[in-house]
Design a protein around this ligand. Sequence first.
Ligand SMILES: NC(=O)c1ccc[n+]([C@@H]2O[C@H](COP(=O)([O-])OP(=O)(O)OC[C@H]3O[C@@H](n4cnc5c(N)ncnc54)[C@H](OP(=O)(O)O)[C@@H]3O)[C@@H](O)[C@H]2O)c1
Length: 418
Amino acid sequence: MSWTARASGGLASWATPRRPWLAWRRRQQQQQLRPGPLASLGRLCLGGAWPRPIVDMSYSRHFLDFQGSSIPTSMKKLVATKLSSNFREAVTLRHVPVPLPGDHDLLVRNRFVGINASDINFSAGRYDTSVKPPFDVGFEGMGEVVALGLSASAKYTVGQPVSYFRPGAFAEYIVVPAKEAIPIPTVKPEFLSLLVSGATAYISLKELGELSEGKTVLVTAAAGGTGQFAVQLAKKAKCHVLGTCSSDEKSGFLKSIGCDRPINYKIEHVADVLKKECPKGVDVVYESVGGKMFDLAINSLATKGRLIIIGFISGYQTPTGLQPSNVEILPAKLLRKSASIRGFFLLHYISEYQAAMKHLVEMCENKELTCEVDFGDMSPEGKFTGLESVFRAIDYMYMGKNIGKIVVELPHSVNSKL
Ligand SMILES: NC(=O)c1ccc[n+]([C@@H]2O[C@H](COP(=O)([O-])OP(=O)(O)OC[C@H]3O[C@@H](n4cnc5c(N)ncnc54)[C@H](OP(=O)(O)O)[C@@H]3O)[C@@H](O)[C@H]2O)c1
């Protein structure tokens, strides 16, 4: 199936016999928006009840998911109720009504949601300091469309698999504007690893990396969600790739995806390895860790080398979100080598996003790219299943245990059959 949206035969409906409250709320909204001359006639005919819109019953199947189960009235979602980088302190599980999609929106039932290092930066309010709790959390998810607005039905239909990259993903259902949805061939967790992690590696290396054959590339946190893609994309550009990680198991994984020199920093000094094995220095660094790792990466740059700041995870759990670094001597160090540092933040490259995703999904489908997913099977309490396990999944990441992208599955119970 192609990447482009499938043709849709779907139309919206706002009523279902199994969700009378939903139909009532929608009808109320319609009346408030468009009272119209027939409204009073409707009320007269129905003895004071709201009139029945022409479209409602004939398209009621659009309130049903494609397996024939109805949408429940309430759902679970995670809400930040306090600002803290301690996710367990900041975030609470709440039961809330399932949201209603507007005319241009899709209601998506989440099947998988992705964990990101920055989930704790978001819960700490570091993304937008003007936002106050309570607010929704979670950056990315995928699932099926279970209801949609009339305008959204021009491109989408009920049952269609979609993914998205927007705040509020840690919920059983989410409203996604159709223009922001990313159609996917199937609901496969591997595709989820591309939404933030894959796209970050792809766009940053393409725009800032200036990779070419024979260059030396260092990837830090290389066996993680985004690191795994940086390693593989640098290999595709015929570079010599070194990657840092914290265990022999991760080193084995890195070898399996083509990394020339995994460095387990728990047993080897990264600076010594680089000095010995890359005497001319490193041309490009994809740096995610910060603190001491950032300092040693700067010291290891080659003449005209460049370091791309992807993140600084070693600081995220501190009150400031930062780790001390030797920045005072940075100008002298960079000047001496004509080296440079560039920051990269995915949200600033949204214009590149759709094209990047198209290419990444194609590579993933053609098995040109390994999209390693970690469901937490090896974590102390087992697989990450259900929204409650998001807390465990974040702990697992910050213990440095994950290999590949951490994904939480949200299984759903089929409530009723029609
Ligand atoms: N700029 C952007 O737009 C953007 C987008 C996505 C991600 N990122 C950044 O990319 C980095 C990785 O994020 P991710 O979501 O893909 O996570 P991830 O790499 O899947 O997981 C984080 C990894 O970092 C290492 N780590 C964890 N805690 C650490 C600590 N306290 N000190 C040092 N290393 C630690 C661990 O690997 P080891 O075995 O190597 O220790 C861990 O497995 C983060 O810095 C994140 O902010 C940036």
